[in-house]
Design a protein around this ligand. Structure first.
Ligand code: FAD
Ligand code: NA
Length: 381
């Protein structure tokens, strides 16, 4: 086989977008991934006994206000009219999220108008000045007041971080938006929806080009495989979307991440919770939320079983090196380490660091795709 014009390490949305653009411009591209499937964390597969599409690395909802990205993604898939909504269970009662007039009136057993609710939250929030908060708890109370904070934020945040909010830096929360309408649409973007044929079909179509070769179960750092780091850096252009600290063998320390554990169950009932995502706000429930995947695709009702359903309980914790890194923790040490890695990148001729792992940044899918399009247009093309 001839050597490619471009090596892409990682077949997530960032790597596949760069690969697709390069291939369409006539370059020969090889994409390697250490996993045994393409698509990175957006990968989904159908649970075998029910055929229900399950998101293996956490539920993924596509949404964007970026017209360039929306036009681009529609080349590979159509989107359903799914609109994301999230509910939460607190002390045995279900409330709508994000906190809105419906949440407030249900919580206070009231019929406040928007102005009355705004005045109430403003008064309750007077306990702290959020700009002078010493920790996450003080910031949150200063933004929405103690009652709503204790019901909907305190224990959920403690479960997400395995840390009391009084021990978390105030900077973890910048805003806590409260909506003074009954609108509980989760995202504010111009476009949202789920890929009609599923995420994996979308991702496979991006890779389906005569100029793209995909090699799975191939680790960039495995010297036994021909396209490894030592053999390729400086020899051809490389787009690297793996963890930036791993690339430099942790020379400036390990960047810290949170990870998630998923507990999947097939139930012999038609409908477990009546909605796709139910958060659990309280400390006595160990998981943060339950996903029920059939509700992401009501239009598949004729294909999905009426008497069975798939649910996944999600637990959150700090990641060890062997865990999947999901959310950057972003401590002061992490920010210092990231700056050191950015300096080291200057010395890596022809290696382009991108994606959520390569830049140590939480990126929504539309952001990963948008920044890959920019890297192609501004640097690689
Ligand atoms: P990834 O998808 O992580 O792909 C990186 C790839 O690189 C992986 O396949 C990995 O195996 C490979 N790799 C790493 N190291 C090596 C190596 N040494 N050799 C070879 N290959 C390697 N976004 C949304 O827009 N909406 C959502 O609802 C949403 N929900 C999310 C929920 C969770 C729990 C998480 C964690 C993320 C969510 N996201 C969501 C974000 C979305 O997952 C990212 O935008 C997307 O994964 C970014 O793509 P990427 O290519 O940068 O990274
Ligand atoms: Na305040």
């Amino acid at each position: 086989t001839t050597s490619p014009d471009l090596l892409v390490v990682g077949s997530g949305f960032f790597g596949l977008t760069v690969a697709e653009r390069a291939a369409s411009a006539g370059r020969k591209v090889t994409v390697i991934d250490r996993r045994s499937h393409i698509g990175g964390n957006a990968y989904t597969e159908n649970e075998p006994s029910t055929g229900i599409e399950v998101h293996k690395y956490g539920a993924h909802l596509f949404h964007t206000s970026n017209a360039t990205v929306w036009e681009y993604v529609n080349r590979f898939t159509a989107f359903t009219s799914y609109v994301h909504r999230v509910y939460t269970t607190h002390k045995g009662v279900v409330f709508p999220l994000p906190i809105n007039l419906g949440t407030i009136n249900q919580f206070f057993q009231a019929a406040y108008t928007p102005d009355e609710a705004r005045a109430l939250v403003h008064e309750l929030a007077g306990e702290f000045d959020p700009t002078r908060a010493q920790n996450l708890e003080e910031r949150a109370i200063g933004l929405i007041g103690r009652p709503l904070y204790e019901a909907f934020i305190r224990d959920y945040t403690a479960k997400q971080w395995q840390t009391a909010p009084t021990e978390l830096p105030a900077s973890v929360i910048s805003r806590l938006p409260v909506r003074y309408t009954y609108d509980n649409r989760y995202f504010n973007d111009t476009w949202e929806g789920l890929p009609v044929d599923g995420y994996t079909a979308w991702l496979e179509r991006m890779a389906d080009h005569p100029n793209i070769e995909v090699a799975l179960d191939v680790d960039f750092f495995d010297e036994a495989q021909p396209l490894n780091k030592d053999a390729t850096v400086g020899q051809l252009p490389i787009v690297y979307t793996g963890p930036v600290d791993r690339y430099f063998d942790y020379a400036a320390g390990e960047l810290s991440w949170r990870t998630l554990d998923f507990e999947q169950e097939v139930l012999e009932i038609g409908d477990f919770q009546g909605t796709s995502v139910m958060n659990y706000a309280d400390a006595d429930v160990p998981y943060t939320r339950i996903h029920e995947f059939k509700h992401f695709h009501p239009e598949r009702a004729d294909r999905y079983p009426a008497d069975r359903t798939v649910i996944v309980r999600e637990y959150s914790r700090f990641a060890e090196r062997a865990d999947e890194p999901y959310y950057p923790v972003n401590t002061t040490a992490d920010r210092t380490g990231l700056l050191a890695y950015r300096d080291l990148q200057q010395g890596e001729v022809g290696v382009h660091f991108g994606g959520r792992l390569g830049t140590y940044q939480y990126l929504d899918m539309h952001m990963a795709i948008g920044s890959a399009l920019s890297m192609w247009n501004n640097t690689l093309a």
